[in-house]
Design a protein around this ligand. Structure first.
Ligand SMILES: Cc1cc2nc3c(=O)[nH]c(=O)nc-3n(C[C@H](O)[C@H](O)[C@H](O)COP(=O)(O)OP(=O)(O)OC[C@H]3O[C@@H](n4cnc5c(N)ncnc54)[C@H](O)[C@@H]3O)c2cc1C
Length: 495
């Protein structure tokens, strides 16, 4: 293993050819289609596009797109992504780089635009992200264009293609990481792939592009409500207070490392302590990279790769050779987060009830017809109208802020299982509410969290209970006893 953060050659496991076409050296530019790693730093796909542009002596053209008229598109999600687009535009304009933000006003326009641009390009580089609408769109475009298209994985510290098997537990995945990660850990993306590059300038765009797919106007980029109101998206899910974008993400990371990390192991579970990073929406939308977070943490810890333990025991602490707080945080950021990517990448039915393990499906089926003291409709749940104040507070936080505290998320899901007509209905409700309201929704970890409620990554628990069977149970009373949540309840479910 290399001994420092020096740049290694571009990691081949990060890159896959998406079609069999060749590059067209007569094309006008190399096209980078940004959809998941929505940032200009620490981005393998951008780095690859720059390398191709240098190889072909062509300009680089970055197009960042945002789909509309798809399930869960809303003012909230759009506003968050648009703030990131505004950041990226500012960054590129300051460096005289060609960046084109595009927001669909109807379904299909993005793919048409990319196909039209590909016809003028030498080659296309796209992000790789393992959740369905993204994979489907990229596959569709790859089949329809006449130049080579590559997909590049900038998602986590472990390349998704480092293994082709989905791991059933965090323990087995952690053990695998401890054996495998040293080979990948130092193969970092460039922090500044656009710095000091010399590329020809792209003079103009074909007129048909601007005419048929005009770039996002500044009013929409600033998430102006009247501009958003013209899009075919859900206007009832209003923008959250949290502002999106790489710039906000960078500030949040600094604050977390400086002010919260030391107390993270103790405070992360208490909603009143506000002890977690709050980075998940930014990680989800690619406004920040897991590599950047890791490197900043490692620098703060004065960590070197020689600090890694040589023993892959699968234990949560002791492997990284960092402080306990850092290791607890890395276990979430790396083990738990990338476990979700591992599942979505390797199990195509990751979002289907049937993807649960046999023991979980069996026990849930055995208790499907158990009597339920409460059954709430999806509307009652959505509006937070249950008998349980803690649950209502969690649902209100989700609807109001687009965020939900991790511990509350677990309780939130367990109660949906308990109060739904059956486990399949519970699954549907969780997916709908999570992805509709959460800024980090539609992420691989939306599915790992939601399926964890139903037993994924877990073991059978006793005693066997009504409705849950051997699935881990959680109670609101116990949560109230264990957690500091007075202020939380006052904010989200005042008496
Ligand atoms: C029912 C349910 C639904 C969930 N839905 C989502 C979702 O839609 N999107 C999402 O990103 N996470 C989801 N999670 C996982 C987890 O709750 C969030 O990642 C975490 O609360 C994010 O807060 P944070 O950024 O402050 O985390 P921190 O504690 O600061 O952790 C740092 C990062 O590690 C990752 N992480 C932390 N906890 C987990 C976890 N349990 N599983 C996987 N990754 C984790 C996240 O990327 C997070 O940003 C869900 C969990 C459950 C139980």
């Amino acid at each position: 293993m290399a001994k420092s953060f020096d740049k290694e050659p571009f990691p081949s496991l990060r890159l896959v050819r998406a079609n069999r076409e060749s590059p067209d050296i007569n094309g006008k530019f190399v096209l980078y289609w940004m959809t998941a790693a929505r940032r200009t730093t620490w981005n393998f796909a951008l780095e690859r596009a720059v390398a191709l542009a240098q190889e072909f002596h062509k300009p680089l053209f970055i197009v960042e797109t945002l789909n509309s008229e798809q399930r869960w598109c809303s003012d909230r999600h759009h506003a968050f992504v648009l703030s990131g687009m505004a950041d990226n535009k500012k960054f590129c304009e300051a460096r005289d780089l060609r960046y084109y933000p595009f927001v669909e006003s109807q379904r299909g326009e993005t793919m048409e635009l990319i196909e039209a641009l590909a016809a003028h390009s030498c080659a296309l580089v796209a992000d790789d992200f393992p959740v369905k609408p993204f994979t489907q769109d990229a596959t569709h475009v790859a089949q329809r264009i006449g130049v080579s298209m590559e997909r590049v994985d900038s998602n986590g510290l472990l390349p998704m293609r480092a293994t082709d098997r989905p791991f059933p537990t965090a323990y087995s995945f952690r053990r695998f990481l401890q054996k495998t990660l040293p080979d990948h850990l130092l193969n970092l993306p460039k922090a500044k792939p656009l710095a000091r590059i010399k590329l020809p300038r792209l003079r103009g765009l074909p007129a048909e592009i601007r005419r048929n797919w005009p770039p996002t106007p500044s009013k929409l980029l600033s998430a102006d409500t009247s501009a958003l109101s013209r899009l075919p998206i859900d206007h009832n899910v209003v923008p959250a207070r949290l502002v999106g974008g790489p710039s906000a993400a960078g500030k949040l990371l600094k604050q977390f490392l400086r002010r919260k990390l030391a107390a993270y192991p103790e405070s992360r579970n208490h909603p009143d302590a506000d002890g977690t990073s709050g980075l998940s929406p930014y990680l989800h939308l690619g406004h920040i990279s897991a590599h950047e977070i890791f490197v900043e943490l490692a620098k703060m810890q004065k960590w070197s790769p020689t600090d890694l333990s040589e023993k892959a025991t699968g234990k949560r602490e002791g492997w990284w050779g960092m402080s306990q707080a850092s290791e607890t945080f890395l276990d979430q950021l790396v083990t738990w987060r990338e476990l979700g990517f591992n599942m979505c990448f390797n199990a195509k039915d990751y979002d289907k009830f049937d993807s649960l393990s046999d023991w979980a499906k069996k026990t849930l089926a055995e208790h499907e017809s158990d009597r339920r003291e409460y059954i709430y409709s999806s509307e009652e749940l959505e509006q937070g109208r249950t008998h349980d104040r803690i649950w209502n507070a969690a649902q209100t936080q989700l609807v109001r802020e687009g965020m939900l505290h991790n511990y509350m998320r677990m309780l939130w899901g367990k109660k949906i299982l308990q109060w739904s007509a059956g486990p399949a209905e519970a699954l549907e409700t969780m997916i709908e509410l999570n992805n509709k309201y959460a800024l980090d929704g539609q992420d691989p970890n939306s599915y790992s969290g939601i399926f964890w409620i139903l037993g994924r990554y877990d073991r059978p628990w006793g005693p066997e209970r009504p409705i849950f069977g051997k699935i881990r149970y959680m109670s609101s009373d116990n949560t109230a006893r264990k957690l500091k949540l007075h202020q939380y309840l006052d904010s989200f479910a005042p008496e």
